[in-house]
Each structure stands twice: as structure tokens, then as C-alpha cells.
Design a protein around this ligand. Structure first.
Ligand SMILES: Nc1nc2c(ncn2[C@@H]2O[C@H](COP(=O)(O)OP(=O)(O)OP(=O)(O)O)[C@@H](O)[C@H]2O)c(=O)[nH]1
Ligand SMILES: C[C@H](OP(=O)(O)O)C(=O)O
Length: 235
């Protein structure tokens, strides 16, 4: 199984621009990428980062065994095209029977809560297409074994992918995983990292370095950031 990790290397995480500067967004995106790569390698796979521009994995501060298992491919096409170019095709196997050796997993780089166990469950899932929906309707991770299936990201892509699987006659498994369903897109998502983030992750450490902390409110818990004047700015 090949594991692809798409990564927007330039100006990432724009939906966090109200709470993070461009430099901070770049650092946080790379911290999440590093965490996801570690979990994938610990799950026994060798991921390929498909990045919109060149990145140096050595700058991600990965453990040596992880660094040695990671490769980078630069592809400046839009996300959907870059992923589709790497999915199984009819020419990949002689018999076109959905051979698992041709399987391709696509794991987004912003899954800050992803663990080795959650990813191992995804990689072991059955179905010619296995999807982990993201909160809000996206597709956070999937495994494709069917040579006719193609992705169409953005919007309610989970629903679109269900439909595409049906159209090409691929069996579908939906994986119910809180840890893989939580992608970090918007300021409120930072709460999830502060509540559920593993203490060893770079994503959690990075947010803490930036001064983020949980703020208890009447309704849902939120995040606040210690400001330059050392008071606490509410978000
Ligand atoms: N290769 C590639 N990866 C992308 C592209 N756009 C987004 N990604 C990656 O795809 C995953 C989901 O990205 P999104 O949350 O939709 O986009 P984002 O750029 O991270 O954040 P926003 O700017 O806030 O939309 C993340 O791992 C991104 O790094 C792209 O055009 N090409
Ligand atoms: C790539 C896109 O991500 P989102 O915009 O939901 O974060 C999707 O899952 O279709």
C-alpha cells in the first residue's frame, strides 16, 4: 500500500489567518504534517508527501527512522488532480481485481489527532474504497483499491465520494474515527488539539508555544491566546 500525504506548502491554513500570522500558520501546518508522518511510519508505512512546492523533510525535525521512511514529490496541480494522478489505475495490476498491493491511502496532513492505532485501522479496512469522513463533510483519509475510483475534493466531498464509489461499482466502507475525523481548519478546531492532542505531538507543543490555552465558557469550551501585553486575549 502506498500512502500519500497531500501538503499545501505555500500559504497553508488560510482559514486560521484570524488567529495565526503567516509564519505561524506555516509552522503549525508543518508541525501537524510531522505528527501525521510519524504516526504513518509507526503504523508500518512509508509515506510520500505530495507537496505543492519543495519542502525539506530534514527541516521537520523527524526522528531518524521516520525521516528515512518519508519521501517528497512536488506536484503543483490542484489537490484533486494531484491525488487522482496517484490512485490505482487499470494498468497498475495485471488482473484489475483490486489487488491490495496496488492500494493507495490518502491521509491529509492536518489530522492533528491522528494516532498510529487509528491509522492502522484505516489501512486494515476492507472495501474497495474506505473513507474516513471529516467533520463538516470533507474526506480526511481514504484507501482506494478500485481502479475506477477518483476523488473530487472540497465541499461535502464525503458525500461526493460515496456517490463516485457507487457509480464505479466499488464497495465502500465508512470508518467512524473521532481521531481521523478531526481536521484542523478553523479557529474553533484548535480546541480539539488542546483537549485531545497527545502530549508528545508537535502540534500541541506548537499551539502552547504560541500561547494558546483553553478557556472555559458557559457553553462550549473555547481557546484564548496570551497576548503581547501578557493579558489573555479571548477568541
Ligand atoms: N498537494 C496539495 N495538497 C493540498 C492542496 N490544498 C490543500 N492541500 C492539503 O490537503 C489537506 C486538506 O487541506 P485543506 O484544509 O482543504 O486546505 P489548507 O490549505 O490546509 O487550508 P486552507 O487554506 O484553510 O483551506 C491538507 O493536508 C493540505 O496541506 C493542494 O492544492 N495540493
Ligand atoms: C480537502 C477538503 O478538505 P476540507 O476543506 O474539508 O478541509 C475535503 O476534505 O474535501
Amino acid at each position: 500500500m502506498h500512502v500519500v500525504v497531500p501538503f499545501a506548502a505555500t500559504d497553508p491554513k488560510t482559514r486560521l489567518e484570524s488567529v495565526l500570522s503567516p509564519t505561524e500558520r506555516a509552522a503549525f501546518a508543518r508541525a501537524m504534517l510531522a505528527d501525521v508522518l510519524c504516526s504513518i511510519v509507526e503504523a508500518g508505512r512509508e509515506p510520500t508527501v505530495v507537496a505543492t512546492a519543495a519542502i525539506d523533510p530534514a527541516e521537520l525535525d523527524l526522528p531518524t527512522h521516520v525521516l528515512e521512511s518519508v519521501s517528497v514529490a512536488v506536484d503543483d496541480r490542484p489537490l484533486t488532480d494531484a491525488v487522482n494522478a496517484r490512485l490505482p489505475s487499470k494498468t497498475d495490476s495485471g488482473d484489475n481485481d483490486g489487488d491490495t498491493d496496488d492500494a493507495v491511502a490518502v491521509v491529509m496532513a492536518d489530522l492533528a489527532l491522528a494516532t498510529t492505532d487509528a491509522l492502522a485501522d484505516l489501512f486494515a479496512a476492507g472495501g474497495e474504497v474506505a473513507i474516513t469522513p471529516g467533520r463538516g463533510g470533507g474526506t480526511n483519509a481514504l484507501v482506494v483499491r478500485h481502479p475506477g475510483f477518483r476523488v473530487d475534493y472540497h465541499g461535502a466531498s464525503y458525500l461526493d465520494h460515496r456517490k463516485i464509489a457507487e457509480e464505479v461499482g466499488a464497495s465502500l466502507e465508512t470508518i467512524d474515527s473521532f481521531r481521523l475525523a478531526t481536521d484542523i481548519d478553523e479557529p474553533d478546531d484548535l480546541v480539539e488539539v488542546l483537549v485531545h492532542g497527545d502530549e508528545r505531538t508537535r502540534a500541541l507543543a506548537t499551539l502552547r508555544d504560541f500561547g494558546f490555552e483553553l478557556e472555559r465558557r458557559d457553553g462550549r469550551v473555547g481557546v484564548a491566546r496570551r497576548g503581547a501585553d501578557d493579558s489573555t486575549r479571548e477568541r
